[in-house]
Design a protein around this ligand. Structure first.
Ligand code: 4AD
Ligand code: MG
Length: 559
């Protein structure tokens, strides 16, 4: 049957769905004989018999579905053009072929290509990821400049599969534990951590830019312009009076009146426009006029969904959220990002002990999940970046975490046989070097430090009976230091009020948060884990910029 132009054929040829390379490699020799369509990018290609009558090429192709490559065997006669078009690293190929056994290939199979359906060529001289850089000897810092291409490397693609598994395992863990997944807002007017390191969200700048452009095009009227318009309006008024006394026709008078109205309106508009000033709108006292802003008050990108999560936990019991989180800290460390993903859990009728238990079993679950689902990726990490990565996961998934109080931690650090850059005394915030010493050197496993001095922790943490410390806990892990921060929350209205005041925060902004303590207050606890820190811990990579697709940090937010 003839097809009308533009009509889709009933049977697509080639099949529109490709087979993922993972399915072929996992299936191994049992896949032999299967006809499939695959698509991917060449990691390494070589042509043989160039110039001979029957040249052929081997292409190691990866499609991101797994760590391994599928070897493609392509005969020159099949493609009909120089095989060199296919062999450059980075070339995309979409081919049909038959899987066949190949004892030399790692997975025991290769694909004998019968048709090349599509090719996306690469100028090998310009492509920034040379063959060797896709392999084991990769320097993560080198490819950081190519955020748009680096996911094609062994390293970064492995990171993304690990990241994806950790996200899924998170959902699974909390769901199996009976938590509800809730979504907390990204735009907020409250400062959860009270530390003031927030990105402000405002339309005042774009409003100001628009106004500036408009004033350039159509400048604000001067006083002289207004005076001239007033004279015109007065003349129009005189005309109306004259027409009335001369008993002109109704039509004439009404036309003159509408001219007068327009002239008066022009004066008003000009007076209004003359007040327009370029720049951010300000009040009489010079402060920024936030009432003119989108939300009519200062708003920010969230630094934590905790306050919202608490309100939901105080109705739904056990809840968690998982989303992007923002901190405008100017810390150029390998552990901080301006945008990162945080998993936050909050549970009602729970104390600090419950909090620590949940955080510990969650981290152990994640480690076990990676061992069960990311074996190839972890083997790659062991071979190329951190020989202890797999052992660490095994150890953490099966060993109880060490729990020590902050006071004990400080004692241990004071007695340490090494000198720290940051001075150790009771009351300090533990620095990464202290945290890593405790977990890597002293205990050689994850450590939960609890009961921190109130002065270094957020206002919402529950004040202990000694009134000096709060029911806070941090989970510290090797390679990273702080992986999780959490606490029991202050459920007593009067104590909370005082803590907010002591932190120098405006009480009225926390009124709804305090309502939770006015109406059916309950003991509750929670914690937050930075997903990227978990990936650092699992992979042994050194820099947090390498475990998120498009890292944002001071001076960098491109693509
Ligand atoms: O310790 P933090 O600041 O705790 C909170 O935000 C709590 N409100 C969480 C809660 O109880 N619901 O942050 C929690 C975790 C840290 O332990 C760390 O893993 C990660 O978030 N984190 C960062 N990760 C990357 N870059 C940053 N700038 C981070 N700041 C915190
Ligand atoms: Mg913290």
């Amino acid at each position: 049957m003839a097809m009308a132009p533009g009509e889709a054929p009933e049977v697509l040829d080639p099949p529109s769905r490709r087979t993922r390379i993972r399915a072929i490699l996992d299936g191994g020799k049992a896949q032999a004989g299967r006809r499939v369509v695959v698509g991917g990018w060449v990691r390494a290609g070589r042509e043989q018999g160039h110039g001979a009558p029957d040249p052929f090429a081997f292409l190691d192709v990866n499609d991101g579905s797994c760590q391994g490559n599928l070897q493609l065997f392509v005969k020159g006669e099949v493609v009909g053009y120089p095989l060199a078009r296919l062999t450059a690293t980075g070339t995309s190929v979409f081919v049909e072929g038959v899987v066949r056994r190949d004892e030399r290939a790692k997975h025991g199979v290769e694909l004998a290509v019968t048709r090349v359906l599509e090719v996306g060529e690469v100028d090998a001289a310009a492509y920034p990821l040379p063959k060797t850089k896709t392999g084991h000897s990769l320097d993560p810092a080198y490819i950081r400049d190519f955020v748009h291409l680096r996911a094609r490397t062994y390293l970064i693609s492995a990171v993304f599969r690990i990241r994806s598994e950790l996200s899924f395992a998170t959902e699974k863990y909390f769901r199996d534990e009976g938590f509800l997944h809730v979504h907390t807002p990204i735009l907020t007017t409250s400062d959860c951590e009270g530390a003031g390191e927030m990105f402000q969200v405002t339309t005042l700048f774009s409003q100001a830019q628009k106004l500036e452009a408009e004033l350039k095009e159509n400048p604000a009227p001067t006083q002289a312009d207004i005076d001239a318009a007033k004279i015109v309006a007065k003349e129009k008024g005189d005309t109306v009076a004259q027409l009335k006394s001369a008993q002109a026709t109704k039509q004439e008078i009404s036309t003159a009146i509408s001219d007068l109205k327009k002239a008066k309106q022009d004066v008003l508009t000009m007076e209004e426009r003359s007040k327009l000033k370029p720049g951010i709108p300000r009040r009489e006292d010079g402060s920024v006029a936030f009432e003119k802003d989108f939300f009519k008050c200062p708003a920010y990108l969230t630094v934590s969904g905790q306050l919202h999560l608490e309100t939901l936990a105080c109705a739904l019991g056990d809840v968690y959220t998982f989303g992007p989180t923002f901190r405008a800290e100017h810390s150029h460390t390998s552990r901080h990002l301006a945008e990162f993903w945080m998993v936050e859990a909050e549970f009602a009728f729970a104390n600090l002990q419950d909090d620590m238990n949940c955080a510990e079993t969650y981290v152990q679950y994640l480690c076990k999940w990676l061992l069960d689902h990311c074996q190839e990726e972890m083997e790659f990490m062991v071979k190329s970046h951190d020989k202890d990565a797999m052992e660490r996961l095994k150890l953490v998934s099966s060993t109880p975490f060490k729990r020590i109080s902050y006071t004990q931690a400080v004692e241990i650090l004071k007695d340490a046989d090494r000198k720290f850059d940051n001075k150790v005394e009771w009351g300090i915030d533990l620095a990464a070097e202290h945290e890593r010493y405790l977990t890597e050197v002293v205990f050689k496993k994850p450590v939960i430090v609890f009961n921190y001095p109130k002065g270094i922790k957020a206002f919402y943490m529950r004040l202990n009976d000694d009134e000096k410390r709060v029911a806070a806990m941090d989970v510290l892990v090797p390679k990273v230091g702080e992986l999780i921060g959490g606490s029991q929350r202050e459920e007593r209205l009067d104590v909370l009020e005082q803590r907010i005041l002591d932190a120098g925060l405006p009480l009225e902004r926390y009124d709804k948060y305090m309502d939770l303590r006015r109406y059916g207050s309950v003991r509750h606890s929670g914690f937050g884990m930075g997903l990227e820190r978990m990936i650092l811990f699992a992979t042994g990579l050194d820099n947090i910029k390498d475990v998120i697709a498009f890292p944002r940090y001071p001076g960098r937010a491109d693509l």
